[in-house]
Ligand binder design. Sequence first.
Ligand code: NAP
Length: 292
Amino acid sequence: MATGRPLIQRLCIIGVGLIGGSLARALRDAGQVGEVIGCGRGEDNLQAAVRLGVIDRYLTDPAQAVAGADVVVIAVPLGAIEPVLRAIVPSLSTDAVVTDVGSAKGSVVADVQRIYGAIPPYFVPGHPIAGTEQSGVEASFATLFQGRRVILTPLAETSAAAHRLIQRMWQLTGAEVIDMGVRHHDAVLAATSHLPHILAYTLVDTLARLDDRAEIFRYAAGGFRDFSRIASSDPKMWHDICVANREQLLEMIALFSVDLERLAAAIRNDDRAAVLATFQRAKRARDNLYLD
Ligand code: NAP
């Protein structure tokens, strides 16, 4: 617990779910936040957030919730970011810094550009590379970001002071903070996160529509459980990510489809060397990855 003046006097979290709730918990544990105001649409989740000590109080009107906050974190699904931004602009404090946690960054920057006509210096786009397949404040926990990476995609217009504050905020959660360009972020995440989620959802959907699905799922072993876990993620959130990162995701799906078809052809043609070589290459790559 830190002593003295906390880094953030009044934090407003719009969207007190897994990510927003975990951030509030981590900053509280670090003793680096004065008051935490929550905002969302459903009072049940917000009341649970108060009960769990994640936030001090809440408002359901984003414009009222941001009044007097020195840091505003927008942690709603990507499709809700634009209306939230529009609602809060008139009531932000003059020295407020605004950031988001959206899983794609190009769409958020485009939203901001559309609303303001330019990128305001106090806006710092961000994305914590941490999460689970659970949603809502009850699923949040203070150590979610420990040892994880948070990517910030500051723009030429972003003020150095706002950037530093958001960097510091995430460092206090135990995360390593990295800067990246917006397009590069979206390309990297399309490959490492968005494509795997599409594959998991599609695999489970394909199997779940087979006539003998009950039999198939009854005998599902560890491999299927590991591979399919992320298909339990929130469908609306992933719908929004597909819409937001459409272009980069389609490129990855096309690349993967070519490789899948190549493997299918090798199996069809009894090209055993090609099948084995694919699996050997993949095993080598997977074994050399740092994954926890
Ligand atoms: P979550 O647990 O479902 O939380 C989202 C919160 O936003 C909910 O508390 C919801 O509460 C609120 N909300 C939804 N629509 C809203 C709206 N129109 N206006 C105001 N509040 C609204 O989701 P999450 O996993 O924390 O994800 C939040 C953001 O983090 C997303 O943009 C996602 O892309 C990003 N992200 C997620 C992960 C992950 O693995 N989960 C990782 C990194 C980044 P109400 O329904 O009560 O409004």
